[in-house]
Ligand binder design. Structure first.
Ligand code: AMP
Length: 208
């Protein structure tokens, strides 16, 4: 089979780099495994030519993902409310840092700039962000893939509760199936890449 000409060879502008929105803890958690996974996510994003969209801070896993993505050559877009600039250590080394007035502005800008969503281990803020994009997908407000990185089984209890909610008749199996879950970053990121609505030619993300 003859490969189609690349965009560059055909004289067209290359497609924009896909963007992935990462939600994760503003703390690093108790074990080293989550920090390692966060760095691997950032590294994957950079080495695959993706763009990172995240909450804009240097605190916790958020800062680790951003720094690893920057070190691997990714463009990184941060979105942070003015009121959290001190508490979450607004990152001054990003490609773009948007300082907004409200949490709602932050979430709207992050979602609008992204082709896929990924939640890493985190606390209440991460859970809220995950459930919002998951439920919005369920309601048809967007069609972007949503992933959950279950590092070391951190989210096992949450997933068990969702299974319980399905047994109890409140969650449909199809709704649960909208969430892509893996324990390791790379297979999860590959799944999200394959599902992202912005079509990415396979040779565009086979550069590692
Ligand atoms: P946490 O998982 O609690 O460490 O928080 C992770 C990120 O979620 C931080 O950047 C928080 O500012 C953010 N966050 C906290 N509450 C909310 C919320 N209600 N909506 C969106 N993001 C939030």
């Amino acid at each position: 089979m003859v490969a189609p000409p690349s965009a560059a060879a055909a004289g067209q502008a290359p497609p924009p780099a896909p963007s992935i929105c990462v939600f994760c803890g503003s703390r690093t958690g108790a074990g080293a495994a989550d920090a390692d996974a966060a760095r691997r996510v950032g590294q994957w994003i950079g080495t695959h030519g993706w763009r990172l969209v995240y909450g804009g801070g240097r605190a916790g896993l958020m800062g680790l993902v951003a720094d690893a993505a920057l070190a691997a050559g990714a463009a990184v877009v941060g979105v942070i409310p003015q009121s959290l600039m001190t508490r979450e250590l607004g990152h001054q080394g990003l490609t773009e840092l948007h300082v907004v007035q409200t949490m709602h502005e932050r979430k709207r800008l992050m979602a609008g700039r992204s082709d896929a969503f990924l939640a890493l281990p985190g606390g209440l803020g991460t859970l809220e962000e995950l459930f919002e994009v998951w439920t919005w997908r369920q309601l048809g407000y967007h069609d972007k893939p949503v992933g959950l990185l279950n590092t070391g089984g951190y989210y096992d209890a949450l997933l068990a509760f969702v299974a319980h909610a399905a047994t109890a008749g409140y969650v449909q199996p199809a709704q649960r199936a909208l969430l892509q879950v893996e324990r390791e970053p790379e297979p999860l990121l590959q799944r999200l890449a394959a599902l992202a609505p912005l079509a990415v030619a396979p040779d565009d993300y086979s550069r590692t």
